[in-house]
Design a protein around this ligand. Structure first.
Ligand code: FMN
Ligand code: SF4
Length: 518
């Protein structure tokens, strides 16, 4: 039997030479007359070890990483096909503490299976959730999702079961399921990793939604900056169709469900659900006022369930294991698991899926290993470009929806971006307004005009002419934007600004001369 060698084909691994490494291993095996089966997988999410090469042995999968293209011959010399010792050897991959300490409900298969093999998906437990949903029937399936306490992972944390109930309860000739894969938040990559590493899980989750709310068509809106994920996902859809997971009779049932992928328009605002629907319909991405809710009047005016990739991808586990088992993970009203994404100035960046309740410190120190520069951590932005900056003194804040809100922040899509003590928080506050000004859809005045006035006001504070009154003006502006914006882009842009002002006021009080000298 040939030895199986696994090399990721995820964008993160490809960006550091995984294709070259895979080819070098294939060539070297050929040269030595050795029989290997090269499997291209997704990533395990341990980015500092990419390209992470794994070999199937009787003792489990043994890892080597990060492997440089020139190291292929050395690995063969070291007997890596039977897990031999080498400076890059990592032992059993499942035992690497970064992985072993996670609670992977969504990402269990990512980096393990061949993402485009439906047989491999089935062999590793795939499709059991959908099979149970088909047995339970639509109403009981929606209730199971509701009882699990699953909240939307795109940012707002709205209960998924309520959305599904609403759409299921509306009579219509056509309903839709739309997946938000625009993933615009800074420091986030979980949606991309899942679409590249375990795309059938998302397809299964969307099929569960379609069958249970009575929608026969679905769309996945994938950000244009993810060409590789888009190509992988299109292939997965085709294979799901051939395998009977999609089409006129989902897994042989009387339910039809068809799916298409669409490329996003390249704007942050297109991740907001109503803009996304506008964009899907072929128009410029601009906010639609709510109500009507998309669950009642969404895509092409029809009832539409719109959820994030991770929300849909959570439902197969919920259906397979039951809502009670899911709700046993987490704390308070934040139930289940959350794939956190560690990025920025961090030694061990990557994906960490954990039950809600871990603290920022657990993530950053326990998993991330501190800053990459080795300097003290000064600020951590949680929840994307509209999220709050936390100072080092708040690292013991638990990462759940309520605790973060109480601390003046939000979870967003679970992105955590780390900064060391060289960061200038007045500049970061300026950046928040600048980002908002660039990405504003322009529909409402507080955001369209306020963001530009915000940049100017921060500039004035940095220049230090009439600081006290400019800081008051900045606070007033933040209040107007928070209360008066039509959507959360303008409404939340003040969050990073105010957190910077409140926690790092010294950065707004520097003399201009000092700023210039630095
Ligand atoms: C400016 C802005 C950008 C957003 N970007 C995304 C995004 O990239 N991905 C996403 O899933 N949700 C995004 N959202 C949240 C969506 O509007 C919506 O809440 C989400 O798609 C609902 O799915 P969920 O309930 O599964 O989270 C964004 C919201 C705003 C205001
Ligand atoms: S807050 Fe900004 S992005 Fe949202 S509707 Fe108003 S102008 Fe558009």
């Amino acid at each position: 039997m040939s030895v199986r060698v696994f090399v990721p084909a995820d964008s993160s691994a490809l960006s550091v030479g995984a294709d070259i490494v895979a080819n070098a291993i294939r060539d070297e095996a050929r040269r030595r007359g050795l029989d290997i089966e090269l499997v291209r997988t997704g990533s395990r999410g341990l980015f500092w070890l990419e390209p992470l090469v794994e070999v199937g042995t009787p003792a489990g999968r043994i890892g080597y990483g990060p492997v440089a293209p020139g190291e292929a011959a050395q690995l063969f010399e070291a007997g890596f096909l039977s897990g031999g010792p080498h400076p890059k050897a990592l032992g059993r991959v499942d035992d690497i503490p970064y992985l072993a300490r996670q609670q992977r409900l969504i990402f269990a298969r990512c980096g393990v299976t061949d993402p485009l093999s439906l047989d491999d998906y089935r062999r590793h437990g795939g499709l059991k959730g959908l099979e149970r949903a088909l047995t339970l029937g639509p109403k009981a399936t929606v209730e199971e999702v509701f009882a699990s306490g699953l909240r939307g992972r795109g940012g707002a944390g709205f209960p998924t079961g309520i959305k599904w109930r609403t759409t299921a309860g509306v009579d219509a000739d056509q309903k839709y399921v739309v997946c938000n894969a625009d993933e615009g938040d800074s420091g986030t990559f979980a949606d991309r990793m899942l679409m590249e590493g375990d795309p059938f899980l998302l397809i299964e989750g969307m099929a569960i939604a379609g069958v249970s709310v009575g929608a026969t068509r679905g769309y996945v809106y994938i950000r244009s900056e993810y060409p590789h994920a888009f190509a992988m996902f299109e292939k997965a859809i085709e294979r799901a169709r051939v395998g009977g997971l999609l089409g006129p009779s989902v897994l042989g049932s009387p339910h039809a469900f068809e799916l298409e992928a669409r490329l996003g328009a390249g704007a942050y605002i297109c991740g907001e659900e109503t803009s996304l629907l506008e964009s899907l319909e072929g128009r410029r991405g601009q906010i639609r006022p709510k109500p009507p809710l998309p669950a009642i009047k969404g895509l092409f005016g029809r009832p539409t369930v719109i959820n994030n990739v991770l929300s849909f991808a959570s439902t197969p586990w919920i259906l397979e294991h039951g809502s009670k088992a899911y709700a046993a993970y987490g704390v308070g009203r934040s139930l289940g698991s959350q794939p956190f994404q560690l990025a920025g100035n961090i030694r061990h960046g990557g994906l960490v899926e954990l039950a809600f309740g871990a603290t920022l410190r657990d993530l950053i120190e326990g998993f991330g290993g501190g800053s990459r520069t080795g300097r003290p951590i000064r600020a951590v932005q949680v929840g994307g470009p509209l999220g709050a900056y936390f100072p080092a003194s708040l690292l013991d804040t638990p990462l759940d929806y309520e605790a973060l809100a109480k601390a003046g922040g939000m979870l967003g899509h679970g992105g955590i971006v780390v900064f060391d003590d060289t960061v200038d928080m007045a500049r970061q506050a300026r950046f928040a307004f600048e980002f908002c000004a660039k990405e504003s859809c322009g529909k409402c005045t507080p955001c369209r005009i306020g963001s530009t006035r915000g940049v100017e006001t921060v500039d004035k504070i940095i220049a230090g002419r009439d600081r006290a009154s400019d800081i008051q003006l900045l606070r007033d502006l933040c209040e107007v934007m928070t209360d008066g914006s039509l959507c959360a882009l303008g409404g939340l842009a003040p969050m990073p600004v105010l957190s910077a002002l409140n926690h790092f006021s010294e950065d707004f009080a520097r003399t201009p001369a000092r700023v210039a000298a630095e």
